[in-house]
Design a protein around this ligand. Structure first.
Ligand code: SF4
Ligand code: SF4
Length: 429
């Protein structure tokens, strides 16, 4: 057993209000320099939607993460050596239009502009070329609050047909927020895809960092990461990424996104894991087994044998105590109400998500249609489809998501019963 400590995060999606405070405070702290304008170490996506960069989950296009070849864990885009052959043109790279061209406004024009028919006249100017952009077409959360709804209904000259379509499609429209940072993976494909070894995983806390002296700006990490959480600084020609606010965490402070999160959705904690098990766990054949495989790497911080071995491995008492108190351990490993984002990428991500509960669909009016006894809401009839949550959090394992939602629903009903009256009152309401 090779015990290591890892800092990790759980985000409770029911509590995210999509305010982007986390993104803005992160940006002000880490990416407010020339060359970093388009970078969002923390971003919040409106889902379902293409995300940032656009369609980052399309692993066929971007070739990020790991796959199994003849049962062997293999980088989807090929190893660093084969990638070096591609050095002048890497066809899998996300391009500027997949992020967006950073721009600023000429605010002077707002104040001193001549009278005109259409105001405001502050035109956006590219930060890179210095030229005016006629019409910005994309941004890091361009589809905020639309969630794909805008292209669901095709215009149809037959109004009745269109109304029917709207009824069918819009009644089913749903949205949710998905805040994202680097996953500080246990099996990081960004590290494996870097030919110079500039990306590394810190031994003491598992934070994944870039050594800027070693980075040659080849950008293989950029599409090596299936979550697209490594960026290229066009000014310094180095890779940059979320560093889990290590200068803050080393001083005992939370990350800036956690500290400023308006919804208090972010829980930070330390977990202990057996590093000898990671590769085997990441190589299980069926993607739906990856969740259990990843759980099997984690160790019980209350187990005396684990504690002893952790001390032998140089993990100090403060970290052991933190592992016992860890909300991440409780939510992800003990209560099993949090799930990893896209486990099928096989990087063993360490930011886990409590899936959102959502209301029962309005159009279900016949009580007989509800698969519920009145106490536990029917998870299959919630507005956010179980299938969708399973596609991002469970490698399409709907049963796993159902189990988590049922636990959350039961806890909600129980707490309501305790705080605002008995379960019967809840049922009537
Ligand atoms: Fe590396 Fe972070 Fe991407 Fe994981 S999420 S592969 S640690 S950049
Ligand atoms: Fe969501 Fe918190 Fe970020 Fe607001 S600050 S968008 S609530 S994660």
């Amino acid at each position: 057993m090779r015990i290591k400590a890892q800092v990790a995060m759980v985000m409770h999606l029911d509590k995210c209000i999509g305010c982007h405070t986390c993104s803005v405070t992160c940006k002000n702290t880490w990416t407010n320099r020339p060359g970093t304008e388009y970078m969002w170490f923390n971003n919040v996506e409106t889902r379902p939607g293409p995300g940032y960069p656009k369609r980052w989950e399309d692993t066929e296009r971007y070739k990020g993460g790991w796959t199994l070849k003849n049962g062997k864990l293999t980088l989807r885009a090929g190893g660093p050596i084969s990638k070096l052959a591609n050095i002048f043109y890497n066809p899998n790279m996300a391009e500027m239009e997949d992020f967006y061209e950073p721009w600023t406004y000429e605010y002077e024009n707002l104040i001193h502009s001549p009278k005109s028919e259409n105001l405001p006249v502050a035109r956006p100017k590219s930060e890179i070329t210095g030229k005016y952009i006629d019409k910005p077409e994309w941004g890091s959360n361009w589809d905020d609050d639309l969630a794909g709804g805008s292209d669901v209904v095709p215009l149809d000259p037959n109004v009745e047909k269109m109304q029917e379509h709207i009824k069918m499609e819009y009644e089913k429209t749903f949205m949710m927020y998905l805040p994202r940072i680097c996953e500080h993976c246990l099996n990081p494909s960004c590290v494996a895809s870097c030919p110079t070894g500039a990306l590394y995983k810190r031994d003491e806390d598992g934070i994944v960092l870039v050594d800027h002296d070693a980075c040659r700006g080849w950008r293989f990490c950029q599409n090596g990461c299936p979550y697209h959480k490594v960026y290229y600084n066009w000014n310094t020609h180095k890779a940059e990424k979320c560093n889990f606010c290590y200068p803050r965490t080393e001083a005992g402070l939370p990350t800036i996104c956690s500290e400023t999160c308006v919804g208090r959705i972010r829980y930070i904690g330390v977990v202990l894991y057996d590093a000898d098990k990671v590769k085997e766990a990441a190589s299980v054949e069926d993607p739906q087994d990856l969740y259990e495989a990843q759980l099997s790497c984690f160790l019980d911080p209350f187990d005396p044998e684990v504690q002893e071995k952790a001390k032998e491995a140089g993990i100090n008492n403060a970290w052991l105590e933190a592992a016992k108190e860890s909300p991440v351990y409780k939510m992800a490993m003990k209560w099993k109400i949090a799930l990893p984002l896209h486990p099928e990428y096989r990087t063993m991500p360490m930011v886990w998500y409590v899936p959102p509960l959502s209301p029962i669909m309005n159009h279900i009016t016949n009580e007989d249609e509800l698969d519920t006894d009145g106490y536990i809401p029917a998870v299959d009839q919630m507005r956010i489809p179980v299938e969708y949550l399973a596609s991002i959090l469970a490698a399409d394992d709907k049963e796993l998501v159902r189990k988590v939602l049922l636990k959350l629903s039961a806890m909600r009903v129980y707490m309501r019963g305790k705080t605002v009256g008995g379960v019967d009152e809840f049922k009537q309401s």
